[in-house]
Design a protein around this ligand. Structure first.
Ligand SMILES: Cc1cc2nc3c(=O)[nH]c(=O)nc-3n(C[C@H](O)[C@H](O)[C@H](O)COP(=O)(O)OP(=O)(O)OC[C@H]3O[C@@H](n4cnc5c(N)ncnc54)[C@H](O)[C@@H]3O)c2cc1C
Length: 434
């Protein structure tokens, strides 16, 4: 299996191309190796360096660092979620544990951007859970009840109010939560790469093919070279399963998104010049839609099992049509050719939407499976898995370890059949809101 992404993502293409890309070209040995350089791996590397300034730390990525899901997501740093799994979190205490983790994630990202003076278009804009279906009112009222009990601030907006705030009359009703941040995911992950400490060596376009533990050492095999290490942390998220990590607990899902060009002055004026906003769907397979700071519209409305991960431009174009329709429904006056780019990205899911944070064996650790909410949680889990792997403790680890653990998945081919059936059902239910 080859880990390669398309080069289309607008967030990544907004950034200056990086120079000085090191590809693994000789055998190495180190104290620590981290596999995967997204939010999780880069945060783990940063924390390890702080804990072990004299140790040799290597981080590797199969592609360019930060260009996996971390550089190509929708940029919602969430405090609460409504649709975060295949089984709803009915119990308040479980949901509270989940939001406690989200909050720690927000704190960790915030600390990072303050410490390193990062400009990632951070906007504490809150988020809208919006629907065009009147029957979803009940779901939103139930959700509001949960939010009240946990002390989250929210308000309801009707169609007319939403039209004013979002510039579209598509939505009928929305629950707006004050918490939640919109940001530029590419800028955030790029800052994590640029601020990697001196004792962390990054190798890119270097895919781990195999690994094995022999005695006290771990042997990692890459295309032409090997790395021998004392400790390893797996941070490959959507690729954990393909590396055989926690295989019975996580599975990959491929998402696609599209972004328009910036709206012209007249297009923006016609819309009523709304401020930056982010809408999340009320039904799991509905569309995530965002108006960015620079007046681009992002839409993500597909999620599927797509083996073997790499999506051809032809396949991407098919998803782009679904996204074009999604934009047309919401903004009928915008031109048909307004979409500038479409891309895919891979995330990891678990059955009960809980995350993975584990010691697999002596000196072997893993963090991942954020079920589509990994900006904050990935950054948090990266730092905390580095602490755990260093035999340190923290209040964050206590909170993380109190969460509900991921539940066991049925074996293949039943798993894929089950996921596909579920996704088809959810797509059908959310059809008009895609
Ligand atoms: C379209 C889309 C929209 C999303 N929207 C949101 C959102 O709005 N909010 C939110 O919080 N989350 C969102 N997510 C999820 C979020 O992006 C992820 O949860 C997060 O990026 C996970 O970070 P990570 O570092 O664990 O994994 P990744 O960023 O996926 O990094 C893993 C890295 O491992 C590398 N790798 C894999 N296999 C190997 C190997 N064998 N050898 C070496 N390297 C390897 C990959 O190349 C990759 O760079 C979205 C994701 C997508 C795709």
């Amino acid at each position: 299996m080859n880990v390669v992404n398309d080069n289309n993502c607008s967030w990544i293409n907004d950034l200056n191309p990086r120079s000085k890309i090191n590809i693994l070209s000789e055998d190495k040995s180190c104290d620590w190796i981290i596999i995967g350089a997204g939010y999780t791996g880069l945060s783990a590397a940063r924390k390890l360096s702080e804990l072990h300034p004299k140790k040799k730390i290597i981080i590797v990525d199969a592609q360019l660092a930060g260009e996996g899901a971390s550089g190509r997501n929708s940029g919602y740093l969430v405090d609460t979620t409504l649709n975060d799994g295949f089984t709803s979190n009915k119990k308040l205490s479980k949901y509270k544990k989940k939001t406690d983790i989200y909050q720690l994630g927000i704190n960790t990202v915030k600390k990072f951007i303050i410490e390193h003076q990062v400009d990632c278009d951070w906007n504490e804009a809150g988020k809208y859970f919006a629907t065009s279906k009147k029957v979803d009112k009940k779901t939103l009222i139930n959700f509001a009840d949960t939010l009240t009990k946990l002390g989250f601030e929210y308000s309801f907006f009707n169609k007319k109010e939403l039209n004013k705030k979002l510039g579209t009359s598509f939505y009928d009703l929305s629950l707006y939560t004050k918490g939640g941040i919109l940001l530029h995911p590419g800028k955030l992950v790029r800052a994590m790469i640029d601020t990697l400490p001196y004792n962390v060596k990054l190798y890119e376009r270097s895919q781990l093919l195999k690994w094995e533990k022999k005695g006290d050492m771990i042997f990692c095999k890459f295309k032409n070279n090997n790395i021998k290490t004392k400790k390893i942390i797996f941070c490959t998220n959507g690729f954990l399963n393909s590396l055989g990590i926690k295989k019975s607990y996580n599975f990959p899902i491929t998402l696609t998104a599209s972004m328009t060009r910036p709206l012209s002055d007249s297009e923006f004026k016609n819309m009523g010049e709304p401020k930056e906003w982010g809408v999340l769907p009320v039904r799991p397979m509905g569309a995530t839609v965002r108006m960015t700071k620079d007046r681009r519209i992002l839409i993500r409305n597909t999620a599927e099992v797509f083996n073997s991960f790499q999506m051809s431009n032809n396949e991407l174009n098919k998803r782009c049509i679904i996204q074009k329709n999604g934009i047309k429904k919401r903004f009928p006056t915008l031109p048909d050719d307004i979409i500038e780019s479409s891309w895919s990205g891979i995330v990891s899911r678990t059955r009960n939407s809980s995350q993975i944070f584990d010691k697999l064996d002596n000196n072997i650790f893993v963090a991942g499976s954020y079920n589509g909410s990994g900006i904050g949680v990935g950054t948090l889990f990266g730092e905390q898995i580095a602490l755990k792997a260093s035999n340190e403790n923290s209040k964050e680890i206590t909170v993380i370890e109190e969460r509900t653990k991921p539940t066991w998945l049925p074996p293949q081919p039943f798993l894929n059949l089950g996921i596909k059936a579920r996704l088809i059902y959810e797509r059908f239910r959310a059809f008009s809101d895609t």
